[in-house]
Design a binder for this molecule. Structure first.
Ligand SMILES: *Cc1c(COP(=O)(O)O)cnc(C)c1O
Length: 420
């Protein structure tokens, strides 16, 4: 059953309540390896589902356009102060609705339409909002993209520097959605300094690892940091922009009134709760366990003969190139989902297949670590992934059914926040 319970919803809208219950059950009984997902605590769920959703509060603490902010102001102050303390930054804006709008605010703050901006190309692991062509950021700005080396799968900072010197971007984004290796923030900072660009570290995926000390921090290197709150940071769906004092005013103006109206106060409250959780000693253990699980899973996958982009991982994320397995990422992901192992198909660097049918699958260990799975489970998972991928190639549905049963049995032993 969904936790907290939803008895009023069940009476008022049985159809919708049934769907919520079905999703809670689905999340409980599957092995969730989607690298951008997690399970939030019941406390975060309660804050997200509170009466704070009823309140309008355009503006910032002490400078609002509506009355009745006696309670909302201290809530936003809590979130801001906790974000500043957790990441060690001078300024935090907790109002962006999600990661993509947060990045759009960065463009609005530091570039003019048509200006040159630079980011990691999407098929190489970057995010849409780092200037990819189908994103507004790629049509309203002149975007140039760096990639990764064909031989290592890793970003080559000499290539980034050459491109930056030739193109002179206003903004350089580092970070992305499918980068299995540590991001060299000091290296990017040196390049940005040399060309006079604003360096933006987009830590959406790794914010929880940084908070927990399991990945180096961009603070002191990137003056502007963008992050979602719902990936490894394990908060509600939302985002934050962190910065030094110098860039604070431009960021605040860009978020409101530049792009947004009233902040989502129920989300702000849930972000505050998640930041408190992330500051607790147990979260450091969590962040390190996420990385230990990813390393163990990567090793077990390599032992099973899988090709991993860059050969392994430093963080929570693994990218498998299935080219040698005679199957595309999409049919593999679908078969794995049928077996209760949830992940996404993904392009790999220099992918020879089409974007909607690419060669890779992406895995992450943030959610299964929250669930309590440890390094000892990783060889078992790798074995199931291997069995299902092989079964998908030959259409062996019996194996997929067998793994589905084993997944159900395993997940039943691990409690899920949000499900009782
Ligand atoms: C997830 C992600 C975003 C966007 O977040 P949304 O909340 O989905 O808009 C931005 N940048 C990176 C690197 C991401 O991984």
């Amino acid at each position: 059953m969904h936790q907290p319970p939803i008895p009023h919803l069940a009476v008022a809208d049985p159809e919708l309540a049934g769907l919520v219950e079905a999703e809670a059950t689905r999340q409980f009984s599957s092995i969730r390896l989607i690298a951008s997902e997690n399970y939030v605590s019941t406390a975060v769920l309660e804050a997200s589902g509170s009466v704070l959703t009823n309140k309008y509060s355009e503006g910032y603490v002490g400078r609002r356009y509506y009355e009745g902010q006696q309670v909302i102001d201290p809530i936003e102050t809590l979130a801001v102060d906790r974000a500043k303390a957790l990441f060690g930054v001078e300024h935090a804006n907790v109002q962006p609705y999600s990661g993509s709008p947060a990045n759009l605010a960065v463009y609005l703050a530091f570039a003019e339409p048509g200006d040159t901006v630079m980011g990691l190309s999407l098929p190489m692991g970057g995010h849409l909002t780092h200037g990819w062509s189908v994103s507004a950021t790629g049509t309203w700005f002149r975007s140039v993209r760096y990639g990764v080396r064909a031989d290592t799968g890793r970003i080559d900072l000499d290539e980034v520097r050459d491109l930056a010197l030739a193109e002179r971007p206003r903004i350089i984004f580092c970070g992305g959605t499918a980068i299995p290796r540590t991001i060299d923030f000091p290296g990017f900072a040196a390049i940005a300094r040399e060309v006079g660009a604003v360096l933006v570290a987009d830590i959406a995926h790794i914010a929880g690892l940084i908070a927990g000390g399991a990945h180096p921090s961009p603070v002191g290197h990137a003056p502007v940091i963008s992050t979602t709150t719902h990936k490894t940071l394990r908060g509600p769906r939302g985002a934050m922009l962190l910065s030094d004092a110098e860039h604070a005013t431009a960021i605040d103006k860009a978020v409101f009134p530049g792009l947004q109206g009233g902040p989502h106060n129920h989300t702000t409250a849930a972000i505050a709760v998640a930041l408190r959780e992330a500051a607790a000693p147990a979260f450091r253990d969590y962040a390190h366990a996420v990385v230990a699980n990813a390393r163990a899973l990567a090793e077990a996958l390599v032992e099973r003969g899988f090709d991993l982009v860059t050969g392994g991982t430093d963080n929570h994320l693994i990218l498998i190139d299935l080219t040698s397995r005679d199957i595309g990422g999409k049919p593999a992901a679908r078969a794995l989902d049928q077996a209760g192992i949830e992940l996404n198909y993904n392009a790999v660097p220099f992918d020879q297949r089409r974007p909607f049918d690419p060669s890779g699958i992406r895995l992450g260990t943030a959610a299964i670590t929250t669930r309590g799975l440890g390094v000892g489970h990783m060889p078992v998972l790798a074995g199931w992934i291997d069995d299902v991928v092989k079964a998908a190639v030959v259409g062996d549905t019996a194996t997929i059914t067998r793994v589905r049963e084993q997944v159900t049995e395993l997940t039943a032993a691990f409690p899920m926040p949000g499900f009782a």
